[in-house]
Design a binder for this molecule. Structure first.
Ligand code: ZN
Length: 337
């Protein structure tokens, strides 16, 4: 049956609509192009339609963060555009009522471009919808060197975050009252750091320690800051571009508890393809703002990477008991060594 249809489709004559004439000297071929052209045509229609369908499902089903004070914690200028653009674009939409800030722990000075990269981050933040220039803050410290081999100390990151967002922590502890913070949500990398970069991974451990610290050592307080991390995926999914929206949505639907609407366990952000606040905007943040970073292979990344189209974030549960237990195990291990 199928070969017969293929043969039949190959023999379909091309007919011009009535009244349409070809210019002199132009001749149409006798047969329609082979069947692969039909496949390409179907894919051109079906793939974006599938994406739009998933985008519709995401906006209808996935809970959103609204009226929150949010800090995106990154390691280098350009992390916000290369990895977190869909989340930042989704969270900075004016109708959400969120206030988003970016805290970057290094100026990305490994090649001596620190000052340039700071300016580029500021420009990118503006493109991604941040309200004002001082919503971006860059730390320059020998403790947080931009390096492919440096692991940053989790305790130092936690201390820095406490100083920035919970300045009353020691007073609260002394008065035996739960601390309050100037942010509600902290977003950063997960334990895989997207690219296994040790600076990225350090942020995960530092942020987790920070949230654990806010819960108090002996008291039963809930942390005033929710920690969300960006899910790292395997090689194949990383380069699936917008097609990864489908496995991402399935993973959210199957793998997260939907009962707590105020503290959603999982968040998904999908960029539109065109228009404002879309993939095009993410592209502009990277290509237009981070000019010093646009070497040839980055064009490959921003074209194929799923992180330019889709972000999924997971709420990290930091149990006080677990934090203490982990610390205990670490101390015992270091004693043995
Ligand atoms: Zn980075």
């Amino acid at each position: 049956m199928l070969p017969a249809i293929a043969e039949w489709s190959n023999k379909l004559p091309i007919k011009l609509p009535a009244g349409v004439k070809l210019p002199a000297g132009v001749k149409l071929p006798d047969n329609v192009a082979p069947e692969w052209l039909w496949g390409v045509g179907a894919a051109v229609v079906a793939v974006p339609a599938l994406y739009l369908c998933t985008a519709g499902l995401v906006s209808a089903k996935v809970p959103k963060l609204e009226n929150k004070r949010i800090c995106l914690l990154i390691a280098h200028p350009d992390d916000e555009a290369m990895f977190f653009a869909p989340a930042v674009l989704g969270l900075t939409r004016p109708e959400t009522g969120n206030h988003v800030k970016i805290l970057c722990l290094s100026s990305g000075d490994a090649d001596g471009l620190g000052e340039t990269r700071k300016r580029e981050l500021s420009k990118s933040g503006k493109i991604l919808g941040l309200r004002k220039p001082d919503d971006v803050f860059v730390i320059e410290s020998p403790d947080f060197r931009d390096s492919m081999t440096a692991t940053w100390d989790a305790g130092k990151i936690s201390k820095l975050l406490c100083t920035a967002f919970v300045p009353n922590l020691s007073k609260s502890n002394a008065a035996n009252v739960a601390p309050t913070a100037s942010i509600d949500v902290l977003i950063t990398f997960d334990a895989g750091g997207v690219s296994s970069h040790p600076n990225h991974i350090s942020l995960y451990h530092g942020a987790k320690k920070f949230v654990g610290t806010l819960m108090g050592k002996k008291k039963d307080w809930a942390a005033p800051v929710d920690l969300y991390t960006l899910t790292s995926v395997g090689f194949l999914r990383k380069y699936l571009g917008f097609m990864d929206s489908i496995p991402t949505f399935i993973s959210w639907a199957a793998g997260t508890d939907k009962r707590d609407k105020k503290r959603p366990e999982g968040l998904v952000f999908l960029n539109g393809i065109l228009g404002s606040g879309s993939y095009r905007t993410a592209w502009r943040a990277m290509v237009g703002a981070h000019k010093s970073q646009m070497v040839w292979f980055r064009y490959g990344w921003i074209t194929l990477s799923r992180y330019m189209f889709v972000n999924d974030l997971r709420l990290v549960t930091v149990e006080k008991a677990k934090v203490e237990k982990t610390e205990k195990v670490k101390t015992e291990k270091s004693k043995r060594q």
